[in-house]
Design a protein around this ligand. Sequence first.
Ligand SMILES: [Zn+2]
Length: 362
Amino acid sequence: MSVGIVWDERYAWHDAGRASNSPWAEPYPAFDRPESKRRLFALVEASGLMDHLVRIPARAASEAELGYFHTPDYIERIRALSEAGGGDAGEAAVFGPNGFDIARLAVGGCLEATSAVLSGRLDKAYALVRPCGHHAEPGRGRGFCLFGNTVIAIHHAQAVHGVKRIAVIDWDVHHGNGTQDAFYDSPDVLTISVHQDRYYPVDSGGSEEKGEGSGHGFNINVPLPPGSGHGAYVAAFERIVIPAIDQFAPELIIIACGFDAGMSDPLGRMLCYSETYREMTRQITALASKHCDGRVLICHEGGYSPTYVPFCGLAVLEELVAHRTAVDDPLAAWYARVGGQALQHHQETLIDAIAKGVQRSR
Ligand SMILES: [Zn+2]
């Protein structure tokens, strides 16, 4: 099993601005800070897992590649703002000096990971990039996201590598609205998002959003109530996500991987912990072995706990390479036992209703 990882120190230099600009609050940095990702990469190195990984160098995506998804006006606006020292790409997507180049490097990191997997050089790859991308729209950035990393990676897979059927599972705690919109009318890209109900964006991500035209039935949303934990996520996977991808029989599976459904996250209100991410990764890699020669691409999205994201990320990477390091998640034994971690009745009722709706729309 050969698995690659993308990380570039410059990802840590993206400046997402302040948490708020209230005149009544001492300035404080935005939640999207470098530490969670940099410390994840540091743990990969310290644990020895890097000996089982291949480093994939990032590159800047070209404007033509950004243009797969974004309008020329938007690309030009971000470039001009970046040269002027930074600004807001749209809605809560602030960036600083060189933000354009760093965001292009995030897209390009995902593209290099895609090419490494689809050329057969590697079986799987984890693009640990920043800024994240799943909220970005063609003409504006949103929610810490400047460019649609995953969307552009999918276009790249299809246009350059000739892969047609791609399944995307987005388990970031926020709805993957940008990815959903990009392929809403496509039967070739199955987009699935498991997220906290109406959290961000508050007006998208409902289970009734199923795709349109020939894409109807190829978008699945699983909006879980706040407080959902390991039991709810595993049930959502076993009853909705896995059967849907299995039926779709993709040529490539992409995980839009945020860790903000983790217990310690300052934004998400969920209870997931490292074993939740390990189990979801295990189920996805098993499906990939069945349908697409084991090919899995992971694009890093959100996750804002600098102390806990590293352990969740290590669990995912250990599962990808099928090797356990000596590292124990110091919080797992506690988090596994907190109240509400098991599947709750109201969560099960909701998950089963969504599963029925998904079956009906096929
Ligand atoms: Zn998120």
